[in-house]
Design a protein around this ligand. Structure first.
Ligand code: SAH
Length: 389
């Protein structure tokens, strides 16, 4: 074997030995010990002395370190002892370094929490105490924001309860009333669509309560529409001169008169309030050529529509405006209707057919037709049948 091979073999056997030697699991004690032995070596090296004089010093160092290690081991065990909470251990706690004290503190806290939640009595008793304190200090100590939040929460809770009560107590009665109102409204509508205005007037005169029922139903119906056509008319008349005279044909509760500045004559079969003049709008008490604007908002009802348009032609001044808002489905052919109105002396000036459900039409009175009325074709519209809800 060559010299170099021998050397290599020696090195590898050394390595093998190292591998096989038992090295205890590293823990704080062994690390410290190792460190100290290394320190001893260092000291040896530094002093460059292999004589015996240095050895006792090193031994001393080792002994000193041993005692330190013991102390450390004690302190390592400390947290467990603290949990037991006896006086002896409290003394030991004093000796512990700051970070270790922190550790013991947190462990103390953890164990306290554990105790609290493991003890079922704690779970019951603690909230009681809090409740008592709350009652005592409610007005004194609670911050304003907390009180406000509490108030909000209470009102929210109450509001949550209300609908439940309503749902339980009122639905049947409410639903029945709505159904009754709805069917009565539909019935009265049909009465007005399929009879002459004279017949309808007679009908409502004999049973004025029906008229109130009709208007209740109508108001309910309006809430279901995407818009109230009367609002469109109100907006347009508001833009007109204040000295204009307006006639509202089939005014209902005379909302138009109440909403505009101009002098307004409101007519309906029955007078719902002081603003309404009860009359058949086929024959109003208005003077001929006395008004600037005649309005029919969803009121072209009855089998004698022609009479209403004739009356409008009579009372309107020359160039006076006729405004019509009607349910879209009532028209078979809007162009035919517009043509027909021309024969009645009205020229179409504006139309809005874009609104869902309703048609809006404006006409200008271009001629008086009251003289040859018998030769005129009849104006008809389909009845509006409101759906059952
Ligand atoms: N224009 C009102 C009310 C519409 S309801 C509004 O938009 O709020 C239709 C109204 O026309 C009903 O009040 C009905 O009584 C009225 N009406 C129908 N035919 C009538 C007639 N011949 N004379 C007077 N009013 C009539």
């Amino acid at each position: 074997m060559s010299k170099t091979n021998k050397k290599q073999k020696k090195a590898s056997t050394k390595k093998e030995k190292k591998k096989n030697t038992f090295v205890p699991k590293a823990n704080l004690t062994t690390i410290k010990k190792k460190k100290n032995y290394r320190n001893v070596d260092n000291i040896k090296k530094r002093n460059n002395a292999s004589d015996r004089k240095t050895i006792p010093v090193n031994k001393l160092a080792i002994n000193n370190n041993k005692s330190k290690i013991k102390k450390l081991e004690k302190t390592q065990k400390q947290p467990q002892v603290v949990n037991e909470n006896n006086k002896q251990n409290k003394k030991v706690v004093k000796k512990i370094s700051t970070p270790q004290r922190d550790q013991t503190k947190s462990l103390k806290r953890k164990s306290a929490i554990k105790k609290k939640y493991n003890n079922p009595l704690n779970n019951i008793q603690k909230p009681k105490k809090v409740e008592e304190n709350k009652v005592k200090n409610e007005t004194k100590k609670e911050p304003k924001t907390f009180l406000r939040l509490k108030e909000m929460f209470n009102t929210f809770e109450k509001s949550k309860l209300k609908p439940k009560k309503l749902d339980k107590e009122l639905p049947l009665r409410e639903r029945m009333m709505t159904l009754l109102k709805g069917s009565r409204f539909r019935y009265l509508n049909e009465v007005m669509y399929n009879n002459t205005s004279t017949q309808s007037k007679k009908f409502f005169k004999e049973d004025p309560d029906s008229f109130t029922a009709y208007h209740d139903g109508y108001k309910q119906q309006v809430t279901r529409w995407p818009l109230n056509p009367l609002d469109i008319i109100i907006d347009s008349i508001k833009k007109m001169p204040n000295d204009y005279v307006i006639a509202d044909f089939g005014c209902g509760e005379a909302t138009l008169a109440a909403s505009i500045e101009q002098k307004t004559h409101s007519f309906d079969l029955i007078s719902a309030n002081d603003r309404v003049k009860a009359c058949d709008m086929a024959h109003t008490p208005l003077l001929t050529s006395s008004v600037h604007v005649a309005v029919f908002c969803l009121s072209l009802m009855g089998s004698n529509l022609s009479d209403y348009i004739l009356e409008a032609n009579r009372v309107l001044k020359k160039d006076g405006i006729l405004k019509i808002a009607e349910i879209e489905s009532r028209f078979d052919n809007i162009d035919e209707f517009i043509k027909l109105l021309k024969i009645y002396g009205f020229s179409n000036t504006w139309k809005d057919l874009s609104q869902n459900l309703f048609y809006f039409l404006d006409f200008k009175k271009i001629k008086d037709i009251t003289t040859n009325r018998k030769k005129l074709p009849e104006i008809t519209l389909k009845s509006c049948l409101y759906k059952k809800r």
